[in-house]
Design a protein around this ligand. Structure first.
Ligand code: FAD
Length: 410
């Protein structure tokens, strides 16, 4: 039975970044990453908007704000170093009517409090200078925002892990987890893996893995599918870079936007539709187990009672091409329904507390000899290197690892 110091469950950006930070902080660490799928970054990390977020939205002082600021610059540096396609192209946030201006001002205040020094306030002319086809009464230009090929980033992280002596084991879903006095025994299709410590970065399955490892997380993961459309190649000229609406402070992850991908494609979306499968990339994906878990969780009903109106709006925009188009036309009036072709989808792992509230900040909980990343939604791709370093520092304390090595995370 292979014997490790640490087993990391999940080879998304967060799990891999954590593994590489742990390895770089301690010589000779025996570490293994278990990944259920055939490739790294199969779920959220490989199906997102590809944006290196600036940190504009997050409550100053929150873990999101702090790790996004550090992670953003680390991500730009990592992409440069590894020759991964990326660009610091900036983004425009557009207030489409006067009622949104106070929220836009609040966004600017938050951005400045989070250390963004390049923000420019735009009038209608200024918006058009950046994005000639966008329309709004006022806007912000945030030059710190960028785009990156996150699948390539994840492959880069996996290469770093193996180069530092760690194992990345694909097609090795962690099943039952047995706790013993000196660690964990994790069942996988290839046999049992023994480790003294466990780090749970299982994304949409994180609550289940936590329970199996002996922690009742309280929150449950509710999956929300984010669907995209593409601008038809002949209409890509409508968007230069990234165009975002002013978010509703209660649901900062909502609001369809336009993003240019690193291959030049323009994506429109995503919406947020309740998914009936934790890997529910299509309407027809249904898991009775996942639906059952959801319905048995009181927090799901409390969330539904609170947010049903918003939920219906998102569902309607998923089912109606016209409604999806109209939402986008508020930012880009010249857009036609025929400009949009079907795109991909990603499934967000949204943690919900038993009282029905959506967990807003990143949530990392300590369990016996373990860390559980129970909530790492956007901007966790951007922030992944900083989250990894944060966990490696915490491990020094919780796992009793030495605090630093050669100036590595301390
Ligand atoms: C639609 C969408 C758009 C987004 N846009 C952006 C963006 O533009 N910028 C940004 O910064 N962030 C964005 N995000 C958020 C970002 O993608 C995620 O926060 C981040 O990828 C989370 O990484 P992760 O490693 O925690 O999760 P994941 O990438 O989901 O990885 C978890 C991994 O765990 C594995 N796993 C699960 N259970 C087991 C098990 N039992 N055994 C072994 N392996 C297991 C899974 O197969 C998976 O590979 C977006 C997310 C979505 C869904």
């Amino acid at each position: 039975m292979p014997n490790y110091d640490v087993v990391v469950i999940g080879a998304g950006l967060v799990g891999l970044a954590t593994a590489r930070a742990l390895l770089s902080a301690r010589d000779g660490l025996g570490l293994c990453v278990l990944e259920a799928e055939e490739h790294v970054a199969t779920h959220q990390s490989g199906n997102n908007s590809g944006v290196i977020h600036s940190g504009l939205y997050y409550r100053p002082g929150s873990l999101k704000a702090e790790t996004c600021a550090r992670g953003r610059e680390a991500m730009f540096a990592y992409c440069r170093e590894k020759n991964i396609t990326h660009e610091r192209c900036g983004k425009v946030v557009v207030a489409t009517d006067a009622a949104q201006v106070p929220a836009l001002e609040e966004l600017e205040r938050r951005g400045r409090a989070n250390g963004l020094t390049g923000i420019e306030r735009l009038g209608p002319e200024g918006i058009r200078d950046h994005e000639p086809h966008a329309a709004g009464v006022e806007g912000l230009f945030v030059p710190e925002t960028g785009i990156a090929d996150y699948r390539a980033v994840a492959r880069g992280y996996a290469g770093d892990v193996t180069a530092a002596g760690g194992d990345v084991r694909l097609r090795q879903a962690a099943g039952e987890i047995r706790r013993e006095s000196d660690g964990f025994v994790v069942a996988t299709p290839a046999g049992e893996v023994r480790a003294r410590h466990l780090v749970n970065c299982a994304g949409v399955q994180a609550d289940r893995v936590a329970r199996r490892a002996g922690l009742e997380p309280g929150a449950r993961i509710i999956p929300f599918r984010g669907e995209y459309k593409h601008l038809a190649p002949g209409r890509r000229k409508l968007v230069r870079n990234l165009i975002y609406p002013v978010p509703d402070a209660r649901f900062p992850f909502l609001g369809v936007h336009f993003t240019r991908g690193t291959a030049g494609e323009i994506e429109a979306g995503p919406n947020a539709v309740l998914a009936t499968h934790r890997h529910g990339y299509r309407w027809r994906d249904v898991s009775l187990r996942d639906v059952g878990t959801m319905l048995a969780f009181p927090g799901f009903w409390r969330m539904s009672a609170r947010y049903w109106r918003t939920g219906f709006g998102e569902t309607w925009r998923s089912l109606s091409h016209g409604a999806f188009t109209r939402a986008l036309q508020t930012l880009l009036p010249g857009l036609q329904a025929s400009d949009l072709t079907p795109g991909g989808a990603g499934v967000r792992a949204q943690a919900v507390d038993p009282d029905g509230s959506l967990v807003d900040d990143f949530r990392i909980t300590r369990g016996p000899r373990a860390f559980h990343v129970l909530c790492a939604p956007s901007p966790a791709a951007t922030a992944s290197l900083a989250i990894g370093e944060h966990l490696a520092r915490e491990a020094a304390d919780h796992f009793g690892f030495p605090r630093e090595r050669n100036g590595a995370p301390s």
